[in-house]
Structure formats: C-alpha cells, structure tokens
Design a protein around this ligand. Structure first.
Ligand SMILES: *[C@@H]1O[C@H](CO)[C@@H](O)[C@H](O)[C@H]1NC(C)=O
Length: 515
C-alpha cells in the first residue's frame, strides 16, 4: 500500500525545509550577484549554452520567493567554486521567461535541474554551497571509480565524506553500475582488483566502508539481484543514530522501514542517549532506523506523529502503514523503558496512536461525519454503498464542494431507498488518521456494498449531477439519485439538518422536475 504517505511526506519535508530556510533567508537576494560566476539565461541563450557546456545546474526562480532569496548567495558561491571545474551554474528568472519555465514544467520556486547535454535530471542535493559543490562534482565523475592500488584505495576511502561501496572484482559489474547510478548522491562507488583487499575480504564481494563502523560491512546474501542489494545498501549505509533534518529526510522516508525518532532538547541530552539508541539500532538493523531530531527547531513535526509538543519524546513511525507508535507521554522518558518499548514494538505488542476527533453525539448534517475511530466501521458497512469525502478545512476546493455535497446527501436522505442503500459521509483528514491514499484534497472515494475491497476514486466533475452519475455508475446498487421516490414522510427523521425549509422544498421540487 503506497497510500497516504505521499501527502504526508510532502508536508513533512516542506516543514523540515521551512524551518532552516526561514532562519536563513534574512535580507538576501534571489538574483545572484552579477559579479559571481552564475550565468543568467533567457529563452534565446538557453539552448546554445547547454550545447556548449556539458554539465549545468540551472535554477528556475522568482525574485520574490523566500527560498530563492536564501539560496541566492549559496548558489553564487558554489558557482564560483565550480567554475574552474567546468561545471556551470545558471539562473532563469521565471517572471521574465515564462515560456521557458513552462517548457520545463516548473511548478515551484526554486526548482533546480541538472543538464547533461540533452539529459535533464532533478537536482537532489542540499541548498547550501558546499552541498551544491559536492553534488555537482559527483555528477561530473564517472559513477564507478577504478582503483587497483591498495594504499591509494585506502586514502581515497578515508577522504570521502560519504560511505564508500567497493566491489572486489567485476563479477556483478552490471548490477554494481546500476547501484551506483541509483545511489550516486549518497555514496561513492569503487571497483578494485587490489590483491590485498581481496585477500582480506574475499573476491567478488561488495563492501561498505563507512566512518560509522571500524570494519567494512560485507554483503553475504546469496541473492545478488539489484533489488536486494539496493535494499541492503540503503539500510546498511545509514548511520545507527542519524540526524533528521531537511537534508536527510528524503533518505529516511524512502528507506521503507519504520523510523524511530528521539526528539531531544539539547546536544547533551542527545549524547546521553547515544549508546542506548545505537545498541537498539544495531539489534533492529534493516527493520527500524533510528534518528535524533532537534525539538528546538522541528518540534512541530511531533504533531505529524500524533504526539504532543512535550520534549523529549520517543515515537516510531511506520512509514509504510503510516501508523504512529509513541512512547506514552504521561510517563517520564527513560532509556530502559524505551528499550523495552522498542522490543515490544518489534513483536507487535504496541498499539498505534490513532488521531481522531470524538465521535459526534448527534449527526448535525445530512452528510454523515466520520472520525478516525469510526472510519473503518462506516466504510465497511456491507449493506450500503458508502461515499466518503476526505477534506481539509483550509482547502478552497473543499469549501466550494461542501454545499453541493450536502445537497447530494440530502437528495438520497429524502427517500427510503436512498437512505437504506447509500451513506454520504465526510471526514476531516487533518484531524483523523485514516488508512487511505489522499493525494490531494478533497478526495472522494466510494466503497461499494458487498465489494469493500474495491473502492473507487471519483475523478470527474464536482457538481451535483456528476456526483449523482458517479454513484449510479460506481455503486453496487446502481442507485439513480434522479429517479428516487421522495418518500420520507417527515424531515425530522433526518436529524436536524442545518438547512432551512426553503432549500429543502427547492431540492424536492428539483427531484420532481427530473422525474
Ligand atoms: C562494467 O559496466 C560498465 C557500464 O556498463 C562498462 O562501462 C564497463 O566497461 C564494465 N566493466 C567491465 C569490466 O565489464
């Protein structure tokens, strides 16, 4: 289930990125210093520039954008450092070059893209000058270095700021190149024929050298497929007790295993927890990643994890199911108890913290209000087609849909057949955890009666008639809202609608008109 994660990750990484950017922006300029090596490109100079320069990092930006302002000076500094290496940095002002920016599908500022001749790649490094420099240098190097001399190899490994993955031989050449291509941002790859290294660790082995470990890790699985190796590389090359911030979030969120957070309040506190966490991380290697997160900068992130902003705290987020397992905040956070908590989590003994509103005592509207606690029961009502609107209170499309949706609910509620065969419901997805893929708000999903494992996502128009048609086409009862008998005697039955009599009358008349 890829579900839910998409939206969550976007919000979370934006949140993590924002804090540092907001701190950094100050009174900086988005347009790079004209004395720097940054080249300003326009639609008339763009193509020629790419033809003449084999490796270009292009920033598509708008002068007013805050993130662009924070990036400006960093970008200029990186451009100066990279100039001698024949790597060019360019800026395109999207307020002046609308067409060009459209051509490259630019939807947010700044967007950074790497151009290698005609190949275009998304830039995935940090927005600091040193990060840009190391990222671009890596882009300019062959993905796999060949170093056969033992001493030279050791020095090379020592010099790398990131873990180094070494193949002692070329047996898995194709897979190894594939790995290097997919992971070139995070690691350095080397093939060697060094006899000393082969003697020490074996021939045709894949090793990870990392500053984290004294001895390199050796891949030992018989399965030498790309997928398995890739999983191993991802899991093993993360530090035991890493740090979560805007620059590392991506790596952890794509590792596809649960992430355990220690929100710490000071460096001393983090240090005091280190041994415990490292030990837990070693035991859970490949099953849970562990990170520290600075609560003074990223405290708000606790709420995404269904925790109160009371620190320090410990919480495990299963990124695949999006369930959150928090160490009870009523209790004092204690290392021994946390260790026990992790063990119990590993054997499935901890219940997730489900974010939910209280179950409403009365349903105030025709639209049935679902909360986190009731969601699964309601959608799985086998007797009924259930249409659910997942919304966020701040979302404009949701606000526009709300009255139409209420009208829709009212339409079915005014007939016995409608009432018994379909439920029109909604849930505020920002206040309630639901196990559903919500790629955007509002999302409308119909759960057909008798066929609950095949929910249908509404993709059409959001006007009343389109929704009526959707229910007719997708529901198990093929219920035609336009043809329903208006046979509910008294509107008292429908629990105090917040609409006035006039609009009810009007809607009934409408129904008749269409008969
Ligand atoms: C390994 O694969 C790469 C990329 O396909 C190729 O350039 C290189 O020559 C290969 N090396 C060997 C020893 O086959």
């Amino acid at each position: 289930m890829k579900f839910f994660s998409a939206l969550n990750f976007k919000t979370i990484s934006t949140l993590l990125a924002c804090v540092s950017i907001a701190q950094a922006a100050g009174d900086k300029e988005a347009i790079a210093d004209p004395n720097s090596a940054v080249v300003k490109l326009t639609s008339s100079t763009f193509s020629k520039f790419l033809d003449e320069n084999p490796l270009v990092l292009a920033e598509f930006f708008a002068p007013w954008c805050g993130h662009c302002k924070a990036l400006g000076p960093e970008f200029a500094q990186a451009a100066d450092e990279l100039e001698s290496k024949d790597i060019k940095l360019a800026q395109i002002d999207c307020t002046e070059e609308e067409e060009l920016c459209q051509e490259y599908g630019i939807r947010g500022y700044p967007t950074l893209k790497v151009f290698k001749g005609r190949d275009v790649l998304d830039y995935e490094g940090t927005r600091k000058s040193d990060g840009i420099v190391s990222y671009m240098i890596k882009q300019s190097l062959p993905p796999v270095s060949l170093i056969d001399d033992f001493e030279e190899l050791l020095t090379y490994i020592e010099d790398q700021p990131v873990p180094v993955i070494v193949e002692t031989g070329v047996k898995l050449n194709e897979t190894f190149y594939q790995l290097s291509d997919a992971n070139r941002d995070d690691f350095v790859f080397v093939q060697t024929k060094s006899a000393e290294l082969k003697k020490k660790y074996g021939e045709d082995k894949i090793l990870i050298f990392s500053k984290e470990f004294e001895e390199p890790l050796i891949y030992s699985d018989e399965d030498e497929s790309y997928e398995t190796l890739q999983q191993w590389v991802k899991a093993e090359s993360l530090p035991y007790f890493g740090e979560l911030d805007g620059s590392t979030y991506q790596k952890y969120s794509t590792a596809n295993i649960p992430l355990a957070y220690l929100f710490y309040t000071s460096e001393e506190e983090r240090e005091a927890w280190k041994d415990t966490v490292v030990e837990l991380a070693k035991e859970s290697r490949g099953k849970i990643n562990f990170v520290g997160i600075d609560s003074t900068k990223f405290g708000r992130h606790a709420e995404n994890l269904n925790m109160q902003q009371e620190f320090p705290l410990f919480v495990i987020h299963d990124v695949v199911t999006n369930k959150k397992y928090g160490f009870p905040q009523k209790e004092v956070l204690n290392q021994k108890e946390v260790a026990a908590f992790v063990k119990r989590y590993s054997v499935g003994e901890i219940d997730p913290i489900v974010k939910t509103e209280e179950i409403p005592e009365i349903q105030e509207n025709f639209v049935y209000k679902i909360v986190g606690k009731t969601h699964n029961d309601i959608i799985n009502d086998e007797e009924k087609d259930v249409l659910v609107k997942y919304y966020a209170p701040w979302c404009g499309h949701c606000k526009r849909l709300a009255p139409v949706y209420e009208e829709l609910a009212e339409l079915y509620a005014s007939s016995k057949e409608g009432k018994s065969k379909i439920r029109i419901a909604n849930v505020d997805a920002t206040l309630n955890d639901v196990e559903v893929d919500i790629a955007g708000y509002p999302t409308l999903i119909l759960y057909p009666a008798g066929d609950k494992s095949n929910p249908i996502v509404h993709k059409g128009g959001r006007d009343l008639q389109s929704l009526v048609n959707f229910i007719k086409e997708s529901g198990s009862f093929e219920l035609d809202g336009n043809a329903l008998e208006d046979d509910v005697e008294s509107i008292d039955e429908v629990e105090e609608p917040v609409t006035d009599d006039d609009s009810i009358k009007e809607s009934k008349e409408n129904t008749h008109d269409e008969l």
